[in-house]
Each structure stands twice: as C-alpha cells, then as structure tokens.
Design a protein around this ligand. Structure first.
Ligand code: ZN
Length: 386
C-alpha cells in the first residue's frame, strides 16, 4: 500500500478502535515475544474468532481481558518430541503447561499405531504421531534388536491408512535399542519415509555405529533428537570440534533437537561444550512422559529454562519452542507465530528471578538465576481452564 492508503487504513483502524472494536479477548500489557516477527515489546494482543486480530500498544474493545502485566506472552509452544499419545491425560497436562502443538515421537509402531492415533485425535490441541520403524513400538529389550521388527511393508501400510495423523518415521538407534542393526534400521526408516515424502526423526546417542556412518543417510528436514547425548558417538570430538558429518547434515537442512528425556540424553558438560562450539539446537523438546514430570523434564517451560542458564537468550529459547518447531512439520505451518490472522494459540509464561535448581539425565545439578513457569494457555482463542 502507498502512503495515502496507509494513512487511510490507519485512520479507519483508529476509528474502529474508538468505536469499540469487537474482539473476543484482549491479553493486556504483557511482554510479547514473537521471534517469528522479531517482536519483543510490551503490547496488547487482541483475539477474534479464534485468531489473532491485532497486536498494538493500547487496544480497546468490547471483550474479555486477561491481565498479563509482568508476564511473557508468546506463541503457543510446540513440542516435537513427546510420548503424549500413550495415555489420554497427557495432552491436557501439556496444554496447561503452554504446549498447543505436540508430536508423539514413535511410542508405537505399525502393530498398535491405531491406539496412539486414537489418543492423538482426542487431544484438545494439535497432536500428530511418528510411527516407530520397529513394528512393536518401544520395547524394553530394544525396538529393533530383532531386525525383523523393522518391517518396511507394515510401516508403509500403517501410513497409507493414516496419512492425516502420521507425520514422520522414528528410528531409535542406541545400542540398547537397535544394537548393531542401527545402520540397517535407519536405511529402512528412510525407505518408508521417502515413499511418502516424510521426515525421519532419529534418536541418537550411544550408538554402535559412528555418526560418520549414520548421518550421511539423513536428508533435508530429518530431525536428530538427543543432540547433546554423551559418548560413545556424540556430535562433538574430544578436542571440542563438531564432527564434519554433523556440520554437513546441518548445512543440508537436518534439524537438531534437544529431546530432554530422563536417561542418557542430556549431560551438562556436553551441552556446554556443544554450545561453546557455536552449535545451537534448532528445536527444544521434552521427550515428555508421565515419569518425567516430577523431576528432570517437569514441563516444557522448565526444559527451555535450562538453556537460559547455559547462556542462550530468551529470544533464542522461545524461538526454539515456537517458530523453529513450527517449521519441522507442515501441520504446524500457521502456528508458532502471533502474526495477525494466525490461529490464536498462545502461552502466557512467567519469568521468575531467583535461584533455581536444574538436573541433567546423570543427576548433575546446576543452579540458574531464571526460570520460566506456565501461567495460562489460550487455545484457538479460548482460555484453557487451569
Ligand atoms: Zn522419546
């Protein structure tokens, strides 16, 4: 629009506001952080018809209001590695923590994928699943220790019948999951995924094969979860250099994800060394399970607070939980943002100052000066009951 059109549009917007614009809800006076638009300022956020209607310094209208003074107002959080589709009560718990988009990352394989899909469909927020290439899903004795379980035909058939709900393939590659089969398991996962143009998420860490053998199999859009996993076969060498195959994977568009979890994935010294090498995570995720709630994971805001402690900026950690994960799966294409017209999925968080203890997966304790707490969630324009 030219200058005169702009002035006319601005004037009519002002007139509307003066006349009492009809909004459904206005979130007043919060610090709005939306990395998708490089916005970090105290603003009001107005919602109408389940979508973001306006963001401005002082919005008025005939609407319910939420006082967000002193709080952060950010796009609804998107957690791309959870196990929230194992039980019905999980997704609502995550929603109360500000998580308005979820991926169940391979809890089940072809044999019982219908169970996780049924739970994902019943979730109040957007929830999709990755199919485990191991047809029996996660097994204590190792999903694909028996290579016959990495069944390409069975996985393909499951996806064919559930194209709307299965958004990728999960391959868990650790030595206690796939053993010496890791390379062949990943190859089969790619065989399945590529026939549907879907991403593969690999669970790395303590693999039998070196990453120099595994990572060349990763294509653009694939996701490496547990990126801070300690040796054997971490992404950084003893001299503090990120492996060349890891750098090459990032260059061709492979996404690197936290996957906090509870055992074997996150160790403080590894995270420090990898961040120090300048290799920041693209996305954060919790690897959420009910068992992770009392300690370690707690909730998504707690997980990203660990990376504030490790020196990342508030803007970076919010981006890693909103705009960045929204790009990992097409189902989230219009999420992870507060731009006008987007679905009004919003997390209101509190950034508290003090002394807060965080733990890694190896009982290592660290203290931070800040921690994010969930305060309220807005889903499709409606406040979620606390
Ligand atoms: Zn997991």
């Amino acid at each position: 629009m030219n200058r005169r059109q702009f002035i006319t549009a601005a004037a009519s917007a002002a007139t509307l506001a003066a006349a009492g614009t009809k909004y459904d809800l206005i979130i007043k006076g919060g610090r709005v952080i939306d990395p998708s638009r490089k916005l970090d300022a105290v603003r009001d956020v107005a919602i109408a018809n389940g979508r973001i209607a306006a963001i401005g310094a002082n919005l008025h209208g005939d609407a319910d209001t939420i006082d967000a003074a002193g709080k952060l107002v950010v796009p609804g959080l998107i957690d791309i590695h959870t196990h929230a589709a194992r039980a019905k009560d999980a997704a609502p718990l995550c929603l109360a923590d500000g998580v308005t988009g979820l991926i169940d990352a391979g809890s089940q394989g072809a044999d019982r994928i219908s169970e996780t899909i049924a739970i994902a469909k019943s979730a109040p927020q957007l929830c999709r699943v990755l199919i485990n290439i191991g047809r029996a899903g996660i097994l204590a004795e190792g999903d694909t220790m028996d290579l016959a379980r990495a069944d390409v035909a069975a996985a393909r058939e499951a996806i064919e019948h559930n194209r709307d709900m299965i958004v990728g393939v999960k391959a868990r590659l650790s030595r206690d999951v796939a053993g010496p089969n890791d390379f062949e398991v990943l190859k089969r996962a790619q065989e399945v995924a590529s026939s549907f143009n879907l991403p593969v998420m690999i669970h790395m860490g303590q693999t039998v094969s070196p990453l120099s053998k595994l990572f060349p199999l990763l294509k653009s859009g694939d996701i490496v979860t547990h990126m801070f996993a300690p040796p054997p076969n971490s992404i950084i060498d003893d001299d503090g250099h990120i492996l060349p195959e890891v750098l090459a994977a990032r260059r061709r568009g492979v996404i690197f994800d936290l996957g906090n979890g509870r055992s074997g994935h996150l160790r403080w010294d590894m995270a420090e060394r990898i961040l120090k090498a300048g290799f920041l995570p693209d996305t954060f995720s919790t690897d959420w399970t009910p068992e992770g709630r009392p300690t370690q994971v707690v909730n998504f805001p707690n997980v990203i607070s660990k990376f504030l402690m490790l020196g990342m900026t508030l803007d970076q950690v919010i981006a890693g939980a909103t705009s960045h994960p929204s790009r990992a799966f097409p189902v989230f294409h219009d999420r992870g943002t507060l731009k006008v017209g987007a679905p009004a999925d919003i997390a209101i968080l509190e950034l508290r100052e003090g002394t807060f203890d965080f733990v890694d997966n190896f009982a290592g304790k660290r203290s931070g000066r800040q921690r994010l707490f969930p305060s309220a969630t807005i889903l499709a324009g409606k406040r979620v009951a606390a």
